[in-house]
Design a protein around this ligand. Structure first.
Ligand SMILES: NC(=O)c1ccc[n+]([C@@H]2O[C@H](COP(=O)([O-])OP(=O)(O)OC[C@H]3O[C@@H](n4cnc5c(N)ncnc54)[C@H](O)[C@@H]3O)[C@@H](O)[C@H]2O)c1
Ligand SMILES: [Zn+2]
Length: 273
């Protein structure tokens, strides 16, 4: 039996569905991943000129030192994530979990909100690195988190600077920043993600003993949060891990896994249609 048939069989008999996703899930919607410096600089050529890697730029200090640069990066991402339509793979997954009485949970390191946009319930998603659609104070002066809805950021991509007015903290007037976990970040407010985590763990507890399938899509190896979480959950709760990734598809022997070495959309069409 080939891997696609094996994946279909596992999906058919599953009683609980955990979807885990990294940046590769968005690639077929036209979004960039940040795979390696080259991948990042392809998406942000100006960062290459400044000699800044993803790790350098995704750092909270820029909101204090150079807020126009910080907001060029995050403002541009906010705009493209807002404008992007989730690809068909999201909707195939959505239909699939409907057929499982909506007994699912989504675990993602993506900050783009694409799962919610495709109709996945806010109460069944954990955004481990936070979300670009929420803001907080850069200080922070309190643990307030608020929606970025209605806030537009105009970015000059030539100079890679965001134009005034930049988003401000609604409590103290200092610079606001996205509620995203950055590198070397001591000021990220985790409350929203912690609530999502509590939902995730009650869902997992409720489903102990059920036939679990974990569908992992486009999770990278540089920051392996998503991959490790899926593997750990598979070992602890049993079940099978379907790993969809054109490059990083190897699965350790300690995990009962099915590798699908292809892109998200192609794989999801193959196993869900
Ligand atoms: N959309 C987003 O929200 C977004 C985008 C880029 C980075 N990030 C952030 O960057 C960090 C690193 O993220 P990461 O490890 O998920 O990304 P990464 O860029 O390191 O890795 C992306 C992975 O996707 C795979 N991939 C590429 N094209 C694919 C396709 N068509 N289908 C399926 N898989 C494909 C690659 O082989 C790689 O393993 C995270 O902290 C995340 O929050 C978020
Ligand atoms: Zn403040």
């Amino acid at each position: 039996m080939d891997y696609t048939d094996r994946a279909k069989e596992v999906l058919q008999t599953a009683q609980a569905v955990l979807i885990t996703a990294g940046a590769g899930m968005g690639v077929d919607s036209g979004l960039p991943d940040f795979r390696g410096d080259e991948g990042f600089w392809r998406a942000y050529p100006h960062a290459k000129k400044l000699g800044l890697s993803f790790e350098d730029l995704a750092n909270p200090r820029w909101f204090k030192l150079e807020p126009h640069l910080a907001w060029a990066f995050y403002g541009h991402r906010l705009n493209i994530y807002r404008d992007t339509k989730p690809h068909q793979g999201f909707y195939l997954l959505r239909e699939f979990v409907k057929g499982k009485q909506d007994n699912y949970f989504v675990y993602t390191s993506n900050v783009d909100g694409q799962f919610q946009k495709a109709g996945f319930s806010e109460s069944r998603v954990i955004e481990v690195h936070g979300s670009i659609h929420f803001l907080q104070c850069s200080m922070p002066c309190s643990d307030d988190i608020w929606s970025a809805e209605g806030i537009r950021i105009d970015v000059d991509m030539e100079t890679f600077r965001a134009k005034e007015p930049l988003p401000r903290c609604r409590n103290c007037g200092r610079m606001a920043r996205p509620n995203i976990l950055m590198f070397g970040d001591c000021s990220w407010i985790p409350n929203r993600t912690e609530k999502q985590q509590a939902n995730l763990y009650s869902w997992l507890r409720l489903n102990r003993g059920k036939r679990l399938v974990i569908i992992e899509i486009g999770a990278g190896v540089a920051i392996p949060t998503v991959k490790l979480f899926g593997e750990m959950t598979c070992r602890e709760y049993g079940g099978n891990l379907i790993r969809i990734n054109p490059r990083d598809y190897n699965i350790p022997e300690s995990v009962s896994g099915i590798p699908l070495p292809m892109g998200a959309l192609e794989a999801l069409r193959k196993i869900l249609i």
